[in-house]
Design a protein around this ligand. Sequence first.
Ligand SMILES: Cc1cc2nc3c(=O)[nH]c(=O)nc-3n(C[C@H](O)[C@H](O)[C@H](O)COP(=O)(O)O)c2cc1C
Length: 376
Amino acid sequence: MPKTLSQEENKQLAISLAPMYGVTDFTTRLFIFLLSSCDKMTTPFLRVTETYPHKIPLEWAPDIFDDAIKEKLAFQTRLQMMASCPRRFSEAFKSFESFLEDVELNCGCPSPKVVSHFAGSSLLRDPEYFSDFVSQIADNIGGDRFCVKMRTGYDGTEDFDRLIQGLARIPLKQLTIHGRTKADKYSFFSRNDLIHRASLILPYPVMASGDVLDRTSFQKAMKEMPNIKGIMIGRGALTNPFVFSEIKDENFLRPSDLSYFKEALLCYGLLVQISKDDFSTLKEIILDSDFQESYLDKEEKWRLLFLELYERNFKKKFIGKFEGDLDVATLGRVKLLFANFVKGLFHSGSSKEVLRSKNAKDFFFELDLFFKKLVC
Ligand SMILES: Cc1cc2nc3c(=O)[nH]c(=O)nc-3n(C[C@H](O)[C@H](O)[C@H](O)COP(=O)(O)O)c2cc1C
């Protein structure tokens, strides 16, 4: 049996939400913070080129770039950037520097477009090129503010030890390793043995990323990698958003306790819609809000937030029926999140009708039925 970590031990580990491009944008980060007790996040990568970004990407990461919003939120977000040139990366960091405690370099993205531009996991093709790239940035911005996130290799893991030996000579704040190669993409298992090996060699904290879905898989990971200083959770947070509460506080929220969940999902849809339509309204809401603590299963808090978001978005009070609409893309995002939750949380109950709904009104109606049937 894996050793059970005490709550104290859990609290000393950095357990964070992994960056997921196209998924963990600001509203999703905010939602996951409210739903679960995740207080550390990393943005998906921001691509840095000669001409982009030409201004501070405020609405893209207000949890970093808007001081008033940042102060109101009880989670910390780290900026991740991707570049194919160390100079551009350093210059972008310097232009945002006053907002940042640190920054992370993406050396893992396997997308063909990214790789063809010599960024992301492409940096891992040659261990010498990789350590030279990282070392130039560390020299420019200072290793104490510089984190790296990498995979275990490009085509295979035969260069892993050389990649790590190269990094061992460079002062970094932290290294996160996703235990797959670029070629693996998301198949096979994350190689905890390799991450463990790196954690024994490197003189700074090593974090692991890959395949933690719940408390049991977290305990298995800690048994296999006892030296790591933290875990980043990606897809597990989408199928089981409570994974952070489970790990940190041993707080298991399961379907029978989920009466607030419908409101929570609708809050997500409304947050996405408001953020898209008028970011200044979202800012006002955040500044008036009590987002200093996660809501978890506090039904009353979710209900009040839902009523407020509904009124702000549709300019009328909620009277028991969802009378306005969300745009197609927003509804699509809520459905996607719901489909993920269904996969991980609700093993009974058919989600087909909810996912087929054509507008927010039908979605609300079907969601209501789904939860009623679940409770029965
Ligand atoms: C849809 C998606 C987008 C991702 N985007 C990023 C990204 O922007 N930056 C990054 O470093 N990793 C990215 N990753 C990798 C994750 O951060 C994580 O390392 C990987 O999914 C393994 O962890 P998991 O098994 O907990 O999901 C992405 C993963 C997924 C599934």
